[in-house]
Design a protein around this ligand. Structure first.
Ligand code: GLC
Length: 601
């Protein structure tokens, strides 16, 4: 077997306690993981009770989506008090108990931080509404006068991610229409003004509050949004960027020429190495980008953002054992994203190029090569992710022609092929878990859960559904409470049978108890893969492409293991060696069927 001459090498670990570099992190969506008090909403005690299942699965860490005090206008991503637990989820004492239990089990805990916006019920916003235009209270947010003779037009043309204008008008002290405030998301989520020193000081204090309690890191929500272009200029539409100011990539955007991609690895060795230079280098991922130019509009990925993360890094670096930051930044191209993970900024950023990649071998190879090269160029580890609480679950995505990953699926939309989707989903997972770097799993994917694609529209709670004028179903379909016991009320999610979103019928046969002892189950595949990954040190490896299998196959060698994934339509011959793990039963004739991945050791 020949391996490519050029090897993509992530930076080797320099210290033993940089645990995040190869960690498998399991995302818990607290609303839907486990409900201890039976009100139909998941909670912190529910999570604590069930943590043993995650230690058994073999993950290294958990990331908790927000559980802070919140009116829940955006399922907790609208925070009213950054230092309090919402009574829906429990108390601070419940959080401390969860953290202690997790640490006892050897699991690190990452919490969500939402710094781009607060809830409109946050004390500061309430104060801002009561204060006059131009006051220090208003300066913590982005209030502006409207345009037109009577100020009745929004200050600029920006659109909210959830649909409709990104501005809302408030009443003045006399009840007459007054200023407007910016909300890149829901109107209940006013954007902070990060040019305001008080905002900066406050968030550093919030970081310390949770660090002092013992958390191991933060997932930073909308990390690319905090700083807006000075003067808040109109967004000048570029057909490539759409109305929201960011491009939604398609298969055609990817450069499928692998030789070029590997060539870029050599280039990337000259990277800036985290020297704090904000020039940017543009242009190695997706559609061509001009030198130093982001693919985004004036509300995203502004250069000034990096100063904030350098300040935060200084806060974290005072703690021992080391803590980490992972960015949720929908930034393109990858070279721009890599600026968030320079050595004096964050430790990781989610790799959404990988999540968005369709079931296409050339695209996958290109994304993997670029991801490793670009992150290596700044000394960072690469992350891999297939599902989260914002996108269609990957087994459903891969079962749908065109692979729709955003916006949800409704009962009257084309329905995914569940069997094909799960088959591809398992193969994608097995490929991901062998890649050098760190992997993020979303609760329920270890059970092979599909998206709930027939959720009644009347049950939907994601603001996207309303704000898009009922054109986008939104994200409820991936947020449905997960099944634990097939015969229990609410499938073991809550003892009373209550569930804030109804569970689909398909969840019963996918419940954890049905899969626990079945060696062919998706749960067993995840468990075995995580154990084997640890034994072989896969996350810490380097990657060499193996080119023996033709264009429809993704194959690489790492840490003495050869990983082969067949994305084509015909079987391919398996390489010599023992099969450590396969994503589906193998026919036993020495071939690897379509839509199957295998680890050979
Ligand atoms: C992030 C979260 C998403 C939330 C949005 C606004 O993208 O993942 O769930 O709606 O930020 O906070």
């Amino acid at each position: 077997m020949s391996t490519a001459a050029r090897t993509v090498t992530p930076t080797p670990a320099g210290e033993t306690d940089d645990w995040w570099r190869d960690a498998v992190v399991y995302q818990i969506y607290p609303r839907s993981f486990a409900d201890a008090d039976g009100d139909g909403m998941g909670d912190l005690p529910g999570i604590t009770d069930r943590l043993g299942a995650l230690a058994d699965l073999g993950v290294d860490a958990i990331w908790l989506s927000p559980f802070y005090r919140s009116p829940q206008a955006d399922a907790g991503y609208d925070v009213a008090d950054y230092r309090e637990v919402d009574p829906l989820f429990g108390t601070l004492a419940d959080f401390d108990a969860l953290l202690a239990r997790a640490h006892d089990l050897g699991l690190r805990v990452i919490v969500d931080l939402v710094p781009n916006h607060s809830s409109d019920r946050h004390r500061w916003f309430v104060d801002a509404l009561a204060a006059a235009p131009g006051s220090p209270e208003r300066d913590r947010y982005l209030f502006r006068d409207g345009l037109g003779p009577d100020g009745s037009e929004p200050p600029n043309n920006w659109q909210s991610v959830f649909g409709g204008p990104a501005w809302n008008r408030v009443a003045g002290p006399d009840g007459a229409p007054g200023q407007w405030y910016l909300h890149l998301f829901d109107p209940h989520q006013p954007d902070f003004n990060w040019d305001n020193a008080e905002v900066r000081t406050e968030f550093e204090a919030v970081l310390r509050f949770w660090l002092d309690r013992g958390v191991d890191g933060f997932r930073v929500d909308v990390a690319h949004g905090l700083v807006k272009q000075a003067g808040l200029p109109d967004f000048v539409a570029d057909p490539a960027l759409g109305t929201l100011g960011f491009a939604v990539p398609t298969a055609g955007d990817e450069d499928a020429d692998e030789e070029d991609t590997v060539g870029a690895v050599g280039e990337s060795d000259k990277g800036d190495g985290g020297d704090g230079d904000d020039k940017g280098d543009g242009g190695s991922s997706g559609a061509p980008a001009a030198e130093g130019v982001s693919h985004l509009g004036p509300m995203w990925d502004q250069d000034g953002i990096h100063e904030i993360y350098r300040d935060w890094r200084r806060v974290l670096d005072k703690y021992s054992p080391p803590r980490m930051l992972v960015a949720e930044a929908w930034v393109q191209p990858l070279t721009r994203l890599s600026r968030y993970v320079r050595s004096d900024e964050m430790h990781q950023a989610f790799n959404f190029d990988f999540l968005e990649a369709p079931w296409d071998a050339a695209v996958l190879r290109a994304v993997i090569s670029r991801s490793l090269a670009v992150n290596t160029s700044v000394g960072a580890t690469t992350t891999w992710v297939l599902s989260n609480h914002d996108v269609v679950r990957h087994p459903s995505r891969f079962g749908l022609a065109g692979g729709r990953w955003r916006g949800g699926i409704g009962a009257d939309d084309p329905q995914p092929d569940a069997e094909l989707g799960l088959r591809r989903g398992r193969a994608a997972t097995l490929t991901m878990l062998a890649l050098p770097g760190s992997a993020y799993l979303y609760q329920g994917e270890e059970l092979g859960l599909p998206e709930h694609t027939t959720l009644p529209d009347s049950a939907r709670q994601d603001p996207t559904w309303q704000r898009s004028g009922h054109t986008e179903r939104g994200r409820d379909g991936c947020r449905v409470p997960i099944p634990w016991e097939s015969a229990a009320p609410a499938l073991g999610f809550s003892s009373t049978g209550k569930s804030w979103l109804p569970q689909p019928e398909s969840f019963a046969r996918l419940a954890r108890d049905r899969q626990q002892d079945d060696p062919a189950s998706t749960l067993s595949m995840y468990r075995t893969a995580l154990r084997s990954r640890r034994e072989h040190g896969l996350g810490r490896g380097t990657l060499s492409w193996v080119r023996d299998f033709g264009t429809d196959v993704v194959a690489f060698a790492t840490q003495g293991v050869t990983v082969v994934t067949n994305l084509g339509r015909s079987p391919v011959a398996l390489p010599p060696g023992g099969v450590l793990l396969a994503s589906a039963a193998l026919p036993g004739d020495g071939t690897l069927p379509p839509d199957t991945a295998v680890w050979i050791g």
